[in-house]
Design a protein around this ligand. Structure first.
Ligand SMILES: NC(=O)c1ccc[n+]([C@@H]2O[C@H](COP(=O)([O-])OP(=O)(O)OC[C@H]3O[C@@H](n4cnc5c(N)ncnc54)[C@H](OP(=O)(O)O)[C@@H]3O)[C@@H](O)[C@H]2O)c1
Length: 280
C-alpha cells in the first residue's frame, strides 16, 4: 500500500507557482467566506486530530458551533464518542495512530467519503515523554517526534489535494516550548519547533492554491497533558504567567476559530502564541 501513495504533493507535471493561479482571489470562495453570521462553516467539513479530550475536543466543538461537520480523530474512534455527541449532527469519529502514514491516508479518504469533502484540517494530536537529556531514551525521542511532527505531516500530505480543491485552511497545534525550548522536553520541544517549520514551508507551497496554513502555540493549558503537575508547582507556574492563570482549552479553540474564519483569510505561515504572556 505504501508504494501506491503519492510521493509529492503535486504530480510531476504540476509546479508550485510563486504567483497565484488566478489574479482574482475571490474567484473561488474560501471556507467561511460567506457572510452567514456565526455559522460561517455551514456546509464545510473539518477534521480535528486529538479530538477525544482537552484542546482538540474544544476545537472540534467550536468548529461544530460554526456549522462544520467535524471528523473527530483519536487513537480509537470510541474515545471520541462524547465529542461527537457534543458536536451534534454530522460529526463522526475515526480511530487512527497519527504516526502511521498509510492508515492516515486511509482515514482522510474515509472522512471525505463519509462527510462529503474536506475544508479544514486541524493537527492537534500530541504526546509528551519528558525526561532530561541524559536519561531520555531513543524510543522516547522517536515516539514524540513521530506523533507530534510526522503525524502532522502525514495528515497534511494526505489532505493536501482536497484542501487545494476547497481552498481550505490548515491549523497545526505547536507549543510555546517549540519557540523557547524547555529543560526536560528536548523531544517535545524539537517536535513542536518542527511543526512551526512545517507550517511555514507548507504555507509557502500551498499559498498559490489559496490554502492558508498557520500554527497556534499554546502555553500552559489545563488538560490531561498537564494534570500530572503537582498542585504547588501548578500554582507557582500560574503565578509566573503575566496573566496570572493557566489557560483553558476553549481559549486555544477561539484562536483556531479566528484562523479558519473569514477574518483569517489573509493570514498564513504564522504562529500565534496563546500563553497569557508566559513566553514574554
Ligand atoms: N495542554 C497544554 O498545556 C499544551 C500546551 C502546548 C501545546 N499543547 C498541545 O496541544 C495539543 C493537545 O494537547 P492536550 O493538552 O489537549 O492533550 P491531551 O489532553 O493529552 O489529549 C491528547 C489527544 O491526542 C490524541 N493522541 C495522542 N496520541 C495520538 C496518536 N498517536 N494518534 C492519534 N491521536 C493521538 C489523544 O487521543 P486518545 O484519547 O485516543 O489518547 C487525545 O485526543 C497537543 O499537540 C499538545 O502538544 C498542549
Amino acid at each position: 500500500m505504501r508504494g501506491s501513495l503519492p510521493t509529492a504533493i503535486l504530480p510531476q507535471n504540476e509546479t508550485v507557482s510563486a504567483t497565484p493561479e488566478s489574479t482574482d482571489p475571490t474567484s473561488q470562495p474560501a471556507p467561511g467566506s460567506e457572510p452567514s453570521g456565526g455559522r460561517f462553516l455551514e456546509g464545510r467539513v473539518a477534521l480535528v486530530t486529538g479530538a477525544s479530550r482537552g484542546i482538540g475536543r474544544a476545537i472540534a466543538e467550536r468548529l461544530a458551533e460554526r456549522g462544520a461537520r467535524v471528523a473527530c480523530i483519536a487513537t480509537r474512534a470510541e474515545n471520541c464518542a462524547a465529542t461527537v455527541e457534543a458536536c451534534g449532527d454530522g460529526a463522526r469519529a475515526f480511530g487512527v495512530d497519527v504516526s502511521d502514514t498509510d492508515e492516515v491516508a486511509a482515514v482522510v479518504k474515509a472522512v471525505q467519503e463519509n462527510l462529503g469533502g474536506l475544508d479544514i484540517l486541524v493537527n492537534n494530536a500530541g504526546v509528551t515523554r519528558d525526561q532530561i537529556l541524559l536519561r531520555m531514551s531513543e524510543e522516547d525521542f522517536d515516539r514524540v517526534v513521530a506523533v507530534n511532527l510526522k503525524g502532522s505531516w502525514n495528515f497534511i500530505r494526505a489532505a493536501a489535494r482536497p484542501l487545494m480543491k476547497s481552498r481550505g485552511r490548515i491549523v497545526n497545534v505547536s507549543s510555546v516550548v517549540g519557540l523557547t525550548g524547555n529543560a526536560g522536553q528536548a523531544n517535545y520541544a524539537a517536535s513542536k519547533a518542527g511543526v512551526i517549520g512545517l507550517t511555514k514551508s507548507v504555507a509557502k507551497e500551498l499559498a498559490s492554491r489559496g490554502v492558508c496554513v498557520n500554527a497556534v502555540a499554546p502555553g500552559f493549558i489545563e488538560t490531561d497533558m498537564t494534570a500530572d503537575l503537582p498542585e504547588a508547582a501548578a500554582a507557582e507556574l500560574a503565578a509566573s504567567i503575566p496573566l496570572k492563570r493557566i489557560g483553558t482549552p476553549a481559549e486555544v479553540a477561539h484562536v483556531v476559530d479566528y484562523l479558519v474564519s473569514p477574518g483569517g483569510a489573509y493570514v498564513t505561515g504564522q504562529t500565534i502564541v496563546v500563553d497569557g504572556g508566559l513566553s514574554l
